[in-house]
Design a protein around this ligand. Structure first.
Ligand code: NAP
Length: 303
């Protein structure tokens, strides 16, 4: 069985930053990723709040981070981690393909899209319903679309789609946004964006493809149909910790419990990034977690 000093589950900003720090401490590291390196940031067209990088696309950011980590000697393999076992000094990491042994493990698996929870959502996914504006927005050029959600993702998606689509409805269940006011202000200036506030999507319309959404006003109960060919769901994320449920403590929402030192209840197992219990989930805090978790892992190995 192959042995690495540190195995990192997840090649997003937290995992790849951790890999950089592990390599700079001259330890061996394997990064295992289920989907594609970069994590959710690859869906962000323009990052504007990362220190000293006023504008960079999520893809460029991810590619640059990957290049930096691999140039330092980090090994990245596309394999989904399904289980991590604590054997005391060693940790056993099982993927869908193989088994590995590590001295320390960093769980940096991030989060996945939360579903809206409306009937026929699954059936119409890929037939008008999407969770990624930058991936699918192009299919809706000069068409009418809706975005649902009130966080930074929904605001940024609506802004991005406003450049492509004829009309963008932004549907949010409250009248205050969770996302940054600076982005909301830009949206309010767009002539082809209509804010549909205090509203909930109650039905998806259309037979084989989405042709519209029904929304209900939360205060009056009044229903209205919006004719749209695309619905972009941006209602938050859920942590990807299912494979570690038996290993580490998870809170009621499924986040792996750890403080700012990224240590879990198991010695030698650390958690970094969006799947950790924390207040602020941002690119910069994911990268910070990666640095902390790696430093703690190296300290653990050297102790
Ligand atoms: P989020 O901040 O958790 O926002 C989710 C939004 O969806 C909230 O407005 C929430 O409404 C709404 N929502 C949740 N469940 C819903 C449901 N069942 N039906 C209707 N609406 C629902 O998620 P996010 O926007 O994906 O962002 C995730 C994290 O990434 C955040 O920390 C965000 O700041 C960060 N992020 C940062 C950037 C950036 O810095 N450029 C870009 C994207 C994301 P309520 O507000 O009423 O709860």
């Amino acid at each position: 069985m192959e042995h690495f000093d540190v195995i990192i589950a997840g090649a997003g900003p937290a995992g790849l930053t951790a890999a950089i720090y592990v390599r700079r401490a001259a330890k061996t590291v394997l990064v295992l990723e289920a989907k594609a390196w970069g994590g959710q940031i690859i869906n962000t067209p323009d990052i504007e709040n990362y220190p000293a990088a006023a504008h960079i696309s999520g893809t460029d950011f991810a590619n640059s981070l990957y290049a930096q980590a691999t140039a330092l000697g980090a090994e990245v393999r596309l394999e989904k981690v399904v289980r991590v076992e604590d054997l005391g000094e060693a940790k056993l990491v099982r993927t869908l393909r193989d088994e590995y042994e590590a001295g320390a493990v960093i769980l940096a698996t991030g989060s996945e899209n939360r579903k809206l929870g409306v009937e026929r959502e699954q059936e119409l996914t890929g037939r008008g319903v999407s969770y990624c504006a930058t991936c699918d927005g192009n299919f809706f050029r000069r068409r009418d679309v809706a975005v649902v959600g009130g966080g930074n993702t929904a605001l940024e998606d609506a802004l991005y789609l406003a450049e492509l689509a004829r009309k963008v409805y932004l549907i949010h269940r409250r009248d205050g946004f969770r996302g940054e006011e600076a982005t909301a202000a830009l949206l309010r200036e767009k002539e082809n964006v209509e804010l549909v506030l205090n509203a909930q999507v109650t039905a998806l319309l259309g037979d084989k493809r989405l042709t519209g959404v029904e929304v209900a006003d939360k205060r009056t109960g009044e229903k209205r149909s919006l004719e749209v060919q695309g619905l972009f769901v941006a209602v938050g994320r859920v942590p990807e910790n299912e494979s570690f449920r038996e290993l580490v403590e998870l809170d009621a929402s499924g986040y792996a419990v750890a403080g700012e030192n990224c240590r879990t209840r198991i010695p030698g197992v650390f958690v970094a990034g969006d799947n950790r219990t924390k207040e602020v989930r941002q690119l910069v805090t994911a990268a910070a977690d990666g640095a902390v978790a790696a430093t703690e892992a190296v300290r653990y190995l050297n102790s």
